[in-house]
Design a protein around this ligand. Sequence first.
Ligand code: ADP
Length: 215
Amino acid sequence: MNIIFIAPPAAGKGTQSIKIKNNYNLEHISTGDLLRIAAEDNTPLGKKIKSMMEKGVLVNDEIIIELLEKKLSSESNYQGFILDGYPRNIKQADYLEALLNKLNKKINYVFYLNADYETLKQRIVGRVVCPACGATYNLLVKEYNPIKEDVCDKCHHSLIKRSDDNENTFKNRYDSYLTNSLPLIEYYKNKNILYEIKGNNANEVYERITNIIDN
Ligand code: ADP
């Protein structure tokens, strides 16, 4: 079983990916995480990736496609994969389809998550993440505060703020989503694999997703 998410920044695709991969033994492939690792390299390519991410614009298709091809072509013991953050435009979707055809695989579910602009902005501006286990918290929303301000509740690693989680970059990321990624909804609707999931609460969203998969 292979899954894709289409969602604006901070709509919860990372959170849902982690819950789903554990439940169904899927490999979680986050292009954002792959790029954050590549951006740490002190090379011209690493620096270029870092600067594009900090601006909130899409990294070049060629770079992202190469990272993805490596990942999807390597052996895996999982029951399938979740693509979190890919595709982000039609060109990437076409490329994915060609690659999966070659590998004799296909996408089974495309989950479309959404939330309104102000909610997303608040989630981004207050968000802190654990670089070790991927848990996320929000310093502006009491219910999602970590117990100790800078420490992960789950694994006790220090929490960090992503350098692209600020108001300016958020606006660019959101605009990029509207321009580049929204057309993917029609694209996958036409293939009959698109499922729109409504709800603001992570558990409720998760329940709706598992209901679709299990039935
Ligand atoms: P979010 O979806 O919350 O914006 P991600 O971690 O998925 O966060 O992505 C962060 C940044 O990484 C994006 O703003 C973009 O610069 C880059 N990125 C991630 N995935 C892709 C992709 N498929 N194509 C191009 N750029 C990407």
